[in-house]
Design a binder for this molecule. Structure first.
Ligand code: NAD
Ligand code: ZN
Length: 389
């Protein structure tokens, strides 16, 4: 079958790879009907995650049609239309039992990066390198879905693929960001990053009773989408001083909830630097504007900083004194997809949220490199490119 594979930094290739096969009774095989780019892929493609190998199939946000089920799969039969969580979890371990699916003990036992770099192992993720289990990704015609009963969900009748695909990753991530942010009726919520994840965090904030939502980005077209589709007030950080602007907008107090939907590059992290050169971790100094630092400095006393932008390695110069003395709450994590997906499908079905506005470009796998180039450079008003393999 055809698949879009990593070759080297910023170099992707369409290759012929073997069709996936059932290897455990809980697996199923899905014919991919749509597979999306995600900001998380950029950390890999731009060289911040060296646990990728040439030939790895990328992609983790997808949906499709079941073509084969292992003998222990109970929820699905051939022909079912499904959307699949990007995180792979067994559904049975200690962490899965508390719905912390991205912490699953059983789907990434041989992490290529040893625990000492992360402190522990975490769950596998489709198409997310050998630090996350080395599972083949969804930018392919077919994909093996392990622990299918836990990670896949039937698509309700009548919903278009474009409205459903983001229930795989961007919507549950944005929803979890809002969930962790401790939003209450009346809260002022600031969201750094107006990409797919940030937009879904904004939409989720409204569902949770936010009174105001403020989007921060540099891309004016994305701020335009935040205003139009996600009903946010907007701040362009290349035009205003964010800390002052947020104080001004909140009567000097600061937002109650600050969400980081940007991640490591903007905060100077990524283990590429140190790991490549010395094969070990090292302190990385930098003075770039840190989303994390701004979120902490902006947040009101006693407020919450919620982090779903992805980090690897170290981030330096975090104002712990401000965090301590303002008694801030911190929440973060890779998203626990299966915890949220059923509820999110209901929100889509009810018409409360329609994530299809994130689809700005649709193309074949053959145009994968162009698609990612456009998404990386934020060209042509690109929000998300989806591939139809
Ligand atoms: P994206 O690239 O589409 O959007 C990121 C946005 O951040 C861009 O619009 C960019 O202009 C903006 N940005 C860059 N620097 C900024 C700064 N200093 N301040 C404010 N905005 C800034 O990516 P996405 O798909 O929306 O993903 C966003 C983040 O969420 C990524 O780090 C991704 O890895 C992460 N993510 C996490 C999970 C999870 O499970 N926790 C899942 C999916 C994605
Ligand atoms: Zn588990």
């Amino acid at each position: 079958m055809k698949a879009l594979c990593y070759n080297s930094v910023k170099d992707l290739r369409v290759e012929n790879v073997p069709d996936p096969e059932i290897i455990s009774p809980k697996d199923m095989i899905v014919r991919v009907t749509l597979s999306s780019v995600c900001g998380s892929d950029l950390h890999i493609i731009n060289g911040f995650i060296p646990t990728v190998k040439a030939g790895d199939v990328l992609g983790h946000e997808f949906m499709g049609e079941v073509v084969e089920t292992g003998r222990d799969v109970r929820k699905f039969v051939k022909g079912d239309r499904v959307v699949v969580a990007s995180v792979i979890a067994c559904g049975e371990c200690h962490y899965c039992n508390e719905q912390s699916f991205s912490l699953c003990d059983n789907t990434n036992p041989n992490a290529y990066i040893p625990e000492k770099l992360y402190g522990d192992t975490m769950a596998g993720i489709f198409g997310y390198t050998h630090a996350f289990g080395g599972y083949a990704g969804s930018h392919a015609q077919y994909i093996r879905v392990p622990f299918a009963d836990n990670g896949a969900f039937k698509v309700p009748e009548g919903l278009q693929d474009d409205s459903v695909i983001f229930c795989s990753d961007a919507f549950p991530t944005g929803y979890m960001a809002a969930d962790m942010a401790n939003i209450k009726p009346g809260s002022v919520v600031a969201v750094w990053g107006a990409g797919g994840v940030g937009q879904m965090a904004m939409q989720s904030a409204w569902l949770m009773g936010a009174e105001r939502v403020i989007a921060i980005d540099r891309e004016q077209y994305r701020l335009g989408v935040a205003k139009e589709k996600s009903k946010a007030e907007t701040l362009n950080f290349t035009e205003v001083e964010i800390l002052e602007a947020l104080k001004d907008l909140t009567g000097g107090r600061g937002p109650d909830c600050c969400i980081d939907a940007v991640g490591m590059e903007a905060s100077g992290s990524g283990f590429g630097y140190a790991y490549d050169k010395a094969k070990q971790w090292a302190r990385i100094e930098n003075d770039r504007p840190l989303v994390l630092r701004d979120a902490i400095m902006a947040c009101r006393k006693g407020g919450t900083v919620s982090i779903v932008g992805v980090y690897s390695g170290f981030v330096d110069k975090i104002p712990m004194g401000a965090a301590m003395n303002k008694a801030l709450n911190f929440r973060m994590g890779q998203m626990h997809g299966p915890k949220y997906i059923p509820k999110l499908l209901e929100h889509v079905q009810n018409g409360e949220v329609d994530p299809s506005f994130l689809v700005t470009h649709k193309m074949g796998l053959d145009q994968g490199q162009q698609g990612y180039d456009m998404f990386t450079k934020k060209e042509d008003n690109c929000m998300r490119v989806v591939f139809d393999p």
